[in-house]
Each structure stands twice: as structure tokens, then as C-alpha cells.
Design a protein around this ligand. Structure first.
Ligand code: ADP
Ligand code: MG
Length: 351
């Protein structure tokens, strides 16, 4: 029998490689917003505002009052793997910034049109420059600017037809963005956040800096949620186990909801942890008579060498040392907190 000749193996064009990689980093508009807001937080901003048009497909604009970008860095700003946050691989172990890959802005320029306006402290004017496929489209132009950086991403996925088609429901994506900003606003209560649709004056999230976390929750989720929360803290400093600290707010027996809200930060990174979420849900359904899904905000602090942040380009998950014992400790803390509220359960009187 005659066997077909094997096909030749060729090297992909760099532009193809970059666009494929970009599609993985920026899976949806909300992930572009996440990267931009994390950059603003990394830049030490105390005020971050987000404007979105068409669920993020037409426009995502994030403005901050952080330290800005040096004009001499603008030529390489949107190249892949250019960053001010990491230099040696070993530094990953102790990294405090949310970014480190130097891939987010680059990715956005491969799947959308990016315009950056920025000014650094002490400058008389700022600069504005647009990027495509990792490179500047023109020399940076001097422009008026107050403080910090504004990054605009237009026409996201203009060159990825299938992706655009699967993202037709703009309301869906806008809701995801509002939810994301809400989560950041709770954890970073010393930063003021706003998020609104383009052309609409009223913001859908609007917080003022220096609110307490509980005040931030009240502003965002409403007084009816905040009223039914209890503060929780755990610190486990048994040296034979991992050292960690957790603090946050969890709903009490009066709270009712059909869906769990779990806002989780590990070492100040917004992450998801399905096993922890399940574990907490189990405690709620077995402890409280009324089987409501809980509202949970938790901030967990671990020694950075116990957390591997480099699991996936989106950094949505981290992997933890001693995850089982950590989850068990949290479960126990939640359970005993719920027990106390079960016995001192209060009933609101109608007025
Ligand atoms: P990373 O955050 O992993 O470094 P990014 O592509 O997100 O990679 O950003 C590249 C670099 O651009 C950052 O390291 C930072 O120096 C700079 N930068 C991006 N956004 C901002 C911002 N809002 N304010 C100041 N600098 C920024
Ligand atoms: Mg970044």
C-alpha cells in the first residue's frame, strides 16, 4: 500500500503566533478590562474609571491617576514580553504586582486598536499614541493630560470573526464587567472606582475611596446585603502547617439568595477557587435551616512562596500549598461563625 507523504512542518509567521496567543489572554472583553484595571492598580492609582460601549466590543476605556508611563518607554510598551514589573524568573516568587508577563497590552493590540494617553509627574504635557500588532502607528504626539494613564481599546476582535459572533450579547458582557469592577471595588476600598456605559451619565458602579470594605459592599450590593453580613477572621499560625490569614464578610441566617456570591482575593489577586466555594456552600446548607446560598467576601494572605501565580495567562487561578488543610480551617471557622448566629438569630420587625 502506498502511504501518503508527511506534510512539511513550517514555522508560523510571528504575527500569526501573536494573534493566536492574544486570543488566549483576552478571551472576552471582561478579561481586557481586568488586565487594564490591574495595570492601573499596579501603577498606584487611587481613582479608576471604566467606560464601555457595546459590551466592550466597540470601546473599553480605563482612566487612572497612577504614576503614568515614561515617554521613552512608549515605543516598546505594546511589544510582547515587555514589562516594568519582573526581571528575573526568581522574582516571580515574591512578586507583589498583579502583572508580570508583559503580555496584556501587546495582546490587545493584536485583537483590537489600542490608544494610550499618559503623563508622568512633573511633565508639562502628556503623550498620546496608537498601536497595532505590537507597534506604534506613529510617533507619540504631545497632548494635554492631567494625571495618570488612559487606555482605550476599540473594535475588540475586529480580526476574529468567530469570536465576535459568539459575543453578540452586549448586555451579558457589560454585566460581567460591572461584576468585575464591583469585586475590585470591595477589596480595594481605598481606591475609588466607577464603571458606566458610554454616553450614559449615571455610573453602574460608583465607590468613593476610604470607605471601609463593609461600606463598599453596602454601596455596591445594597444595604439589604450589607445588613446581613458578619465579619470573619482566621489566622492559623501553627508553624507545622502553612501560615495564613483570612478576613472577610459572610452572610448570616437572615440572608437569602438563589446564587452564591463569592468574592475571593488571594494575596490581593482576584481569583476563583471552586473547591473553596463548594466547601463553604456545604457548610451553609448543613448549618442553616433555610437553605440559602451565601454571600462571601474573603481575602486570604499567604506567604508568597506558597502560591503559584503562573498557572494560566489569565491568572484566574492560583495553586496553593496545603490547599486541603487551608480549606478545612476556613470551613471550620465559617461553621462556628454560623453556629453563633444561629443561636442569636435576630428577626427583623416590620415597620
Ligand atoms: P504587565 O502588567 O505584565 O507588566 P502589561 O502588558 O499589562 O504587562 O503592561 C506593560 C507595562 O506597561 C507595565 O509593566 C507597566 O510598566 C506599563 N503600564 C501598563 N498600564 C499602565 C498604567 N495604567 N499605568 C502605568 N503604567 C502602565
Ligand atoms: Mg498588566
Amino acid at each position: 500500500a502506498c502511504v501518503a507523504e508527511p506534510p512539511r512542518i513550517r514555522r508560523l509567521d510571528e504575527s500569526v503566533v501573536n494573534r493566536i496567543a492574544a486570543g488566549e489572554v483576552i478571551q472576552r472583553p471582561v478579561l481586557a478590562v481586568k488586565e487594564l484595571v490591574e495595570n492601573s492598580l499596579d501603577a498606584g492609582s487611587t481613582s479608576i474609571s471604566v467606560v464601555v460601549k457595546d459590551g466592550g466590543l466597540k470601546l473599553i476605556q480605563v482612566s487612572d491617576n497612577g504614576h503614568g508611563i515614561r515617554s521613552e518607554d512608549l515605543p516598546i510598551l505594546c511589544e510582547r514580553h515587555t514589562t516594568s514589573k519582573l526581571s528575573a524568573y526568581e522574582d516571580l516568587q515574591s512578586i507583589k504586582s498583579m502583572g508580570f508577563r508583559g503580555e496584556a497590552l501587546a495582546s490587545m493590540t493584536y485583537v483590537g486598536h489600542v490608544t494610550v494617553t499618559t503623563i508622568t509627574e512633573g511633565q508639562l504635557h502628556g503623550y498620546r499614541v496608537s498601536y497595532r500588532d505590537g507597534v506604534m502607528e506613529h510617533e507619540p504626539k504631545p497632548c494635554a493630560a492631567v494625571r495618570g494613564t488612559q487606555i482605550m481599546v476599540e473594535n475588540l476582535f475586529y480580526n476574529m470573526i468567530a469570536r465576535r459572533k459568539t459575543l453578540q450579547n452586549a448586555n451579558d458582557d457589560y454585566a460581567k464587567i460591572v461584576d468585575l469592577i464591583s469585586r475590585f471595588a470591595i477589596h480595594n476600598s481605598s481606591v475609588s472606582f466607577s464603571c458606566r456605559k458610554h454616553g450614559v451619565n449615571r455610573a453602574d458602579v460608583h465607590t468613593v475611596a476610604t470607605l471601609s470594605k463593609l461600606d463598599a459592599i453596602k454601596t455596591i450590593y445594597g444595604i439589604s446585603v450589607a445588613r446581613d453580613l458578619m465579619e470573619i477572621t482566621v489566622s492559623d499560625d501553627n508553624p507545622s502547617r502553612s501560615i495564613f490569614e483570612m478576613n472577610g464578610f459572610i452572610s448570616n441566617a437572615n440572608y437569602t439568595a438563589k446564587k452564591t456570591t463569592m468574592v475571593l482575593f488571594i494575596n490581593d489577586r482576584l481569583v476563583e477557587c471552586t473547591s473553596l466555594k463548594r466547601a463553604v456552600e456545604v457548610v451553609y446548607s448543613s448549618t442553616l435551616p433555610k437553605a440559602s446560598r451565601p454571600f462571601i467576601y474573603m481575602s486570604i494572605k499567604l506567604p508568597s512562596e506558597h502560591v503559584d501565580v503562573n498557572i494560566h495567562p489569565t491568572k484566574r487561578e492560583v495553586s496553593l500549598l496545603n490547599q486541603e488543610s487551608l480549606i478545612e480551617t476556613i470551613q471550620n471557622a465559617v461553621e462556628s461563625k454560623l453556629m453563633t448566629c444561629n443561636t442569636t438569630r435576630t428577626f427583623q420587625t416590620q415597620t
